[in-house]
Every structure is written in C-alpha cells, then in structure tokens.
Write a protein that binds this ligand. Sequence first.
Ligand code: NAD
Length: 297
Amino acid sequence: PNSNVAFIGLGQMGTRMVNNLIKHGKQPRVYDVVPSAVSSIKGAIPRSSAEEAADGANIIITMLPNGQIVKDTVIGEKGILKKIGKNSLLLDSSTTGPQVARELYQAAKESSVRFLDAPVSGGVVGAQAGTLCFMVGGDEGDCKEVEPVLLHMGAKVLFCGDSGAGQITKLCNNLILGVTMIGTAEAMNLGVKLGLDPKLLSDVVNISTGRSWSSDTYNPVPGVMENVPSAKNYDGGFSVELIAKDLGLAGDAALSISAPVPLAAMSHQLFRTMIAYGLGKKDFSVIYKFLEGKAVD
Ligand code: NAD
C-alpha cells in the first residue's frame, strides 16, 4: 500500500526491523533517543524527535523498551498522538502488557487514531531474518490493513482478539521462554559439570523431549552455536532487564485474575537477582554463566 511509515525505537529489534522495511522498498522516517542509532541506518529518513518522525506518517510503529516509555512517547507532554493525522494507524510492537495497550487504544480512539498492540516473537535472529511473528490485538480490519507492511518484517501476523490480546499472547509466550531458558541453562550446567561435552548434550536434547527454542535456536552455552549471544560474550540479543520486565508483567496479569504462575514468579526473581549482580544489559541466556558461577565482562 501507499504508506508513509514512521519507526520509533532503533534498538536490538527496531534497527533490524527497519532494515527489512528498507529492503522491501519503504523509506521509513526513523527516530531514537540515541543519535548514532538514527544515523547508522542507511536508506531511512532521519528525524530528530518522535514528533517529527510521526508528523505526516500514516503508519507509526513504536519498538521501545517498556510501557512507561511508550506511554511518554505517545501520550506524554510531547506525545506524538497530537501529531498523528486522523485515521492513521499507530502500532506498538514493544512488550508492554495488556493494560498499557488498552489505555493507548482508548486514548488513540479519542483522537480518531487507530491503535494496535502488535508485540513480536522471534528475537534478534527473527528480526534480522524478517521472520518475526506479530501477535495483534485491536480491530481486526486494522490488522488486515497493516498486514502487508508487517510481512516485510515478519513471516506471520496472527490476530489474537480485542485490544490487549496481542500483549497477553506475548506475555504467555515469554513466560514459557523465561522458564525454558532457565531450565536449559540449569541442565546444561549440570551436564557439563558432570563431565559431558555441551555440544553432544545439546544434540541429544534437540532431538529429544527437552528440546525448545532456548536449546535449539538460542543455546546459552558458549561454543554450542554460532551467531547467538552466548557466542558473543552475551552482548546484544534480549536483555535480562527485558525478560524480567515481561515476567513481572505476566505476574501482574496473573494476579489480576488469581491464576497461579509459580515458575514465572521464580524466574522473575532469578532474573531480577541477576540485574542486582550487574547483568541487566546482558542477553538473558547469560543465566548459564550465572548458574556456572563465573563472572562475565
Ligand atoms: P533495546 O533496549 O535494544 O531498544 C530500545 C530502543 O529504544 C533503544 O535504542 C533506545 O535508545 C530507544 N529509546 C529509549 N527511550 C526512547 C525514547 N523516549 N524515544 C525514542 N527512543 C527511545 O530493546 P529491544 O531488545 O529492541 O526491545 C524492544 C522491545 O521489544 C521491548 O519491549 C522488548 O521487550 C521487546 N522484544 C525484544 C526482543 C529481543 O529479542 N530483543 C524480542 C521480542 C520483543
């Protein structure tokens, strides 16, 4: 479609997503608080504020760290909502939880702007390859309309239900992700300390019942896989701070309906402990090093 796309938030995910938009012939207007993140993208239109990026765009995508930052960006003092043309589509791909999504949906509606929550899974590997899965909440017609643009960055667009449903889906997924990463790291550490070769152990797990994305695509043990954070001193990827945020959001959502989430709670506390040990900016697979008891630079 004939769309002017704006993209706000050029971090681990955003940069890769924007590069895929550019590959598909789009020329997005881009903004990040870090100027070098803006200037390093070739083929985009650099903007010096979120407001400037949003001005004149009819599809605005945000990919920011957390719900508070998304809210400040959209409805804060310098919020972009005022700059967004009527009937334009604002789409948040950050993981913020259902409450923030519903709040923004309502605020957007009052300004005659359409809002979708559209968090993603696939990690930086999926963002790079353009194979992300978008989980969308809001109005189904809006989802259908924006789908061709999302498919420039992802392989799947799944409509999950009313506003907030995309976020709920994402939190459930990341609950499993946090728990399987810890389980994988725990078992790998045990096996290695008992004398097993980590590659062999992974090969066996990956054709057995212990297999998960955490073991077969994002293995936390250095040397088992290439092109994953564990091969790069746990730099880049999906930070401990972000998985801790998501497990906290899952806990909040669970509390609101009194659903028990014992492993989410324990995983949340483990990742929070790692933040206290200075590992917050590292990729979350660094849990392996944490359990091994070795320091990471
Ligand atoms: P990131 O921290 O790498 O990137 C966030 C970017 O937002 C940074 O470049 C930062 O400078 C920028 N930013 C912060 N405040 C801003 C502001 N006020 N205005 C403009 N830019 C601002 O995070 P990420 O890993 O790219 O994740 C982004 C979101 O996607 C998070 O909600 C995360 O939970 C979710 N997510 C991450 C992954 C992953 O594997 N990294 C996967 C799926 C979903």
